[in-house]
Structure formats: C-alpha cells, structure tokens
Design a binder for this molecule. Structure first.
Ligand code: SF4
Ligand code: SF4
Ligand code: SF4
Length: 313
C-alpha cells in the first residue's frame, strides 16, 4: 500500500479542516504539558504462556456487563474466523478483549490477547475536543460517554485502533473500549477481571515501572524462550500494557514500525512551525496517525473502522 507523503498528509489534514473546523478545547491545547503518571499500574502479557482458552474474554464480558456472544467462549472455531482481507478478530462494542491464534510453521500456535493498551500519553485523549477521555493516576484510560458527541476522532487517532463505535445505539452513539476495569477494580487497587481469571499466569499486574524490570529479567533468564524486546515499553511514548513474545512480534500482527515518541509530539513539532493551523487540530490527527503507522489503511475508510486487527496490540 502506498505510504502517505508529507504533501498528501497536509492535503488530507487541510481537507478535513475545511470540512469541519471548530474551536479547540483548553485541554487539547494544553495536552502537551502532560508527562504521565510514574506510579501508574500496568500489565505484562506473556504470549509464551497463553493457551487460547478465552477465559479472559468471558471474564471481561461478565465484569463489563456485555451481551453474550453469538458463539460461546469455549468455542475455538472463532480462531478460524477471518474478516476483510484475512484479518483476525478485533475488539468491538461488545467485546473489549479478544484472543487470536497464529499458527506457526514450527511448534504450536501462538495466542495473542488484544485490548486497549492504556497508553502513557494517549492519542485518543489528546484528539478528543470535548475531553471525553481521562488518563487516571492508576494508569487507566477511561471515557465519559455523557460528553461524547460521536465525532469518532479518537478512533482515527488511536495507533492501535482500539476505540469502537456503538453503532447499535442509534439514539446515543458512543465509543466503547476496555477501561482497565477502572470503576469496579483498578481504582480500589484490585487487578482487572481478565487477569484474575487467567489460569496460565499470562497476565502480570503491577506498577508499570516494576513490570518493565520484570520483563527484562524474564528475557535475560530465558533468552532461548523470548525475543529480546518488550513491546509497549517505548512504543508511542510507552503503554501500560506491555508484551513478551517467543516469536518475532510482526508474526503475531504487532506493528513493529510504530514510532517511539508519543503521537502528540508529531502535532507539537508541526504546530510549533505552523501555529495558524491550531484550529484544524482534529484533521491534523488524522494525518499524524497515518504518518505514525504503516499507512496501510490509507484509502479505505470502511476497513479502518470495521476490522483492524492488523495493527492492533
Ligand atoms: S490504545 Fe488507543 S484507545 Fe487505548 S489508550 Fe492508547 S490511544 Fe487510547
Ligand atoms: S482490563 Fe477489564 S475491561 Fe479491559 S479487557 Fe480486562 S476485564 Fe476487560
Ligand atoms: S485466560 Fe489467559 S491463557 Fe486463556 S486465553 Fe486469556 S490470556 Fe490466554
């Protein structure tokens, strides 16, 4: 797929601005001052331990009061499902986490759990002009549906393509995603439901800064088992959910081309040079998002919004 060029980015951004320029919120303008929460919690996901039982999916469904899925959680035929050009399952308004299977030429399959990564400096938050998102001191990125106007800018801004639009709610369209079990667990110091439920110890809950150390120690002690990389330690400024893998991350659909600095920095660099474009912030995020990723979605808006497992994490 064609890489987006700077010329094309400016064209996309300004085109979006012309269609819908609006006044910036104070939060969006001041978002560059946010430096993250050093004591925030996180999760280390060890792909080498996952057996694809989907117990975590069932636990999330119960905890979040989501509708029962069409196929039961013990039905492994979901791993054979493919969507839009062979992409695997992804999260949606009724499934805040999903597990996918990746068959390997040698050895058994690798399973990968997907949910919001609760970025240190979330692009969803900084792109939202009505301040619907909050990064809590505990590390969760939560969302206030009462102020959402359904513009879906956060869906475009998220580098992992996580926020899902509740198309089924015609009268009150809102964004839905994993909230780190904030309301029921995290704010009381308890681990999320999916973590409590996992029978394999795939998911380690703790302070993010400690998890980074644990991840590197685990790699050091088992260099034959793990790829020497902690995905999420640095991607887009760091994420609360981080990953260890025994196979190259690109083989299980992690975007290994993801930039290391927060996506907000792209906007700051650009805005410092061209301050008059402050009024077109939302349109800029569309362009910066496409520059930060592989640009594979360029040209097919529907596939962006419907099945986007390829670049998720
Ligand atoms: S993964 Fe996406 S939705 Fe989740 S915090 Fe990061 S930018 Fe926001
Ligand atoms: S942290 Fe909570 S909301 Fe997020 S996937 Fe796990 S159970 Fe679901
Ligand atoms: S519950 Fe644990 S082992 Fe089972 S699919 Fe989820 S992460 Fe993997």
């Amino acid at each position: 797929m064609e890489k987006i060029t700077r010329r094309k980015f400016i064209s996309v951004s300004l085109g979006g601005a012309a269609a819908g320029a609006f006044v910036l919120s104070g939060k969006a303008q001041g978002a560059g001052n946010f430096t993250g929460y050093p004591e925030g919690m996180g999760v280390l996901v060890d792909l080498t331990r996952c057996i694809g039982c989907r117990t975590c999916e069932a636990a999330c469904n119960r905890e979040q009061g989501l509708p029962e899925p069409a196929l039961p959680f013990d039905d492994t035929s979901v791993f054979d499902q493919e969507f839009h050009g062979g992409q695997k399952r992804r999260t949606d308004e009724n499934a805040f986490t999903v597990v996918n299977r990746y068959d390997q030429a040698e050895g058994g399959p690798v399973y990968r759990k997907i949910q919001c990564n609760h970025c240190n400096e979330p692009a969803c938050l900084t792109s939202c002009f009505v301040n619907a998102y909050t990064k809590t001191k505990e590390g969760a990125v939560i969302y206030n549906s009462k102020v959402c106007v359904g513009c879906r800018m956060c869906m475009t801004a998220c580098p992992f393509r996580i926020p899902a639009y509740a198309y089924s709610s015609a009268t009150n369209p809102v964004i839905r995603k994993c909230i780190f079990c904030y309301d029921t667990r995290l704010k009381y110091g308890k681990p999320p439901a999916c973590i409590d439920a996992c029978p394999q110890g795939v998911l380690t809950f703790g302070h993010r800064k400690n998890l980074v150390k644990i991840a590197h120690e685990r790699i050091r002690a088992n260099s034959d088992l793990y790829v020497d990389y902690v995905y999420g330690e640095d991607e887009v400024g760091g994420t609360a959910w981080m990953y260890l893998s025994g196979v190259p991350f690109e083989e299980v659909d992690f975007d290994v081309t993801m930039q290391k600095k927060p996506i907000l920095n792209n906007a700051q660099d650009f805005l410092s040079q061209v301050p008059m474009v402050l009024a077109i912030w939302p349109a800029l995020f569309l362009g910066f998002h496409r520059l930060s990723t592989r640009g594979e979605e360029d040209g097919d808006e529907n596939s962006n919004l419907s099945n986007r497992e390829e670049s998720q994490s």
